[in-house]
Design a protein around this ligand. Structure first.
Ligand SMILES: Nc1nc2c(ncn2[C@@H]2O[C@H](COP(=O)(O)OP(=O)(O)OP(=O)(O)O)[C@@H](O)[C@H]2O)c(=O)[nH]1
Ligand SMILES: [Mg+2]
Length: 145
């Protein structure tokens, strides 16, 4: 499995995505600091939302194979400016979360935000139901699929 850095707003679903990816129980716990769990670096949403923390995301990305930009399908807007992915010198994958709580149109809009940010590919998932994780595993474990 590729090593990954999870980036996204507060409550976007980074930790829940990590729990599903690693087949752990889904348990809510607010992320308080940058933390490494096996192949995955989880980050607090504040690191994306508060300008002065963004450099910490850039530094953390040097330690991984791929950056995962997480976009909540139910969120009304995005924190990723167009081309945001190019600020990472890494593969950047987009993940739309909470598809089970969103309309198809919301999922399409969230996907479009991630494509505009430069993420490729973009995969839509629901970390609670597990929908979309087969595709995510294909992207993150290319040899095992
Ligand atoms: N239905 C559904 N709920 C989700 C999904 N992802 C996250 N949630 C819920 O959204 C809430 C926030 O999820 P977290 O995974 O803690 O969000 P986070 O991005 O880690 O947030 P911070 O640690 O604050 O940055 C929790 O109550 C999760 O159960 C999803 O794919 N589907
Ligand atoms: Mg978290």
């Amino acid at each position: 499995m590729k090593t990954i850095l999870l980036v996204g707003c507060i409550g976007a679903g980074k930790t829940t995505f990590r729990q599903r990816l690693h087949d752990l129980p889904i348990e809510y716990a607010k992320t308080q600091a940058i933390e490494t769990f096996g192949t995955t670096i989880d980050t607090p949403g504040e690191y994306l939302e508060v300008g002065r923390f963004k450099h910490a995301l850039m530094l953390a990305s040097y330690d991984v194979d791929a950056v995962i930009l997480i976009q909540d399908a139910t969120a009304v807007d995005t924190r990723y400016p167009p081309g945001f992915a190019t600020s990472f010198n890494r593969e950047v994958v987009g993940v739309v979360t909470k598809t089970g709580l969103a309309t198809e149109f919301q999922v399409q809009c969230a996907t479009e935000h991630l494509l505009q940010a430069g993420a490729d590919p973009v995969v839509a998932v629901d970390s609670v139901s597990g929908r979309g994780f087969r595709r995510i595993r294909e992207v993150l474990c290319p040899t095992s699929s």
